[in-house]
Design a protein around this ligand. Structure first.
Ligand code: ZN
Length: 341
């Protein structure tokens, strides 16, 4: 299986850490996450690494109105060495500034845990380019399955705002390329609802989006991810949210996965893009499910049975002790099923 990567990922390394009462919080999105995945896959000769290619800036600027804000802010952070966080979120109705300024981040960013640093633009663009390279390989018929080792993640970045460690939506950028070949399905299996994916495509009948995630009544991103969100206008019926309760284990998770895959089959896509997060693992420091390391092999097998070209993009997963094994398990299960079938 081809693994598409960009080697500059460690240049984006946020350092935020704060204490609130007895609790200390710090970023869980460390470059180490990519290193452990890389090590796990490099030890297995079935995985071949290939560098992501360059794509024009317009592939991202036409998706995200804040593209230039991130590019320019990143450039100025590079000059000053700053790590830039918004500290004011003006909400709806704010007047747009005439000239972009780093202080205006609260217009576009939903939180204070997704900073812009000197290399953030370059690394986030590279992450999306890994996904787009994979999509192009599938579209050209060069491969039938590709894994894009993306970091930062993308599924919380939408057509208006970014946040949740995400800057550009890697999956959406890939879908835009694959759409040239016909209808596309997106399945997000990160612990958190893929609100960016949903918002991008909720009015499009040719893109089916589905997300299995922790119930947003209790979990980030709170404002999206409910069962009642089924698509908008002509596209009603092309979004499926499957929120699951805290503590969900292997059996209940696989049942939801089967439901998602059945809906995807009925949609008859020409390709499937999977946003693969591993913060569903029982030992994950952020997620609240109870999945075992072994179940990812079975998840991979079931994804493989879709009998479509599949692009798997890395999303979350923050326990670096198990992350490598989980990713390797999912991709191995996928490959074994495809080779036996
Ligand atoms: Zn997540």
């Amino acid at each position: 299986m081809l693994v598409i990567e960009k080697t500059n990922f460690s240049l984006h390394n946020p350092s935020w850490r704060f204490t609130l009462g007895p609790e200390t919080y710090e970023t869980k999105d460390t470059p180490r996450r990519v290193e452990v995945i890389r090590e796990a896959l490099a030890a297995d000769s079935r995985f071949r690494f290939r560098k992501a290619r360059r794509f024009p800036e317009t592939n991202l600027s036409r998706l995200h109105p804040y593209h230039d804000f991130i590019r320019k802010t990143s450039r100025s952070a590079r000059r000053t060495g700053e790590e830039i966080y918004p500290d004011l979120f003006p909400g709806e109705g704010a007047r747009l500034p005439r000239k972009l300024d780093a202080l205006w981040g609260g217009l576009y960013c939903t939180d204070a845990v997704t900073p812009i640093m000197g290399r953030t633009y370059e690394v986030a663009r590279g992450s999306a380019e890994a996904a787009m390279t994979g999509a192009q390989l599938l579209l050209d018929g060069y491969a039938n399955e590709v894994y894009a080792l993306c970091r930062p993640s993308g599924h919380h970045a939408g057509p208006r705002v970014f946040g949740g460690y995400c800057y550009f939506n890697n999956v959406a950028a890939a879908v835009e390329i694959l759409s040239a070949g016909g209808p596309v399905a997106v399945l997000d299996i990160d612990y958190h609802h893929g609100n960016g994916n949903q918002e991008f495509f909720e009015e499009r009948k040719d893109v089916f989006t589905c997300s299995i995630h922790g119930d947003p009544k209790r979990e980030y991103p709170y404002f999206w991810g409910y069962r009642s969100e089924r698509g908008v206008g002509q596209a009603v019926g092309t979004n499926l949210n499957l929120p699951l309760p805290l503590g969900t284990g292997d059996a209940a998770y696989l049942k939801a996965l089967d439901r998602a895959l059945a809906a995807i089959r009925r949609f008859r896509p020409t390709a499937l893009v999977v946003g693969a997060g591993f913060d569903t693992h029982a030992m994950d420091p952020i997620g609240g499910f109870a999945l075992t390391t072994e179940v990812y092999v079975e998840i991979g097998r079931r994804l493989a049975r879709t009998e479509r070209p599949v692009l798997i993009c890395q999303e979350g997963g923050y326990n670096v002790e198990v992350l490598g094994a989980c990713v390797h398990g999912l991709l191995s299960g996928f490959l074994e099923e495809r080779q036996s079938g």
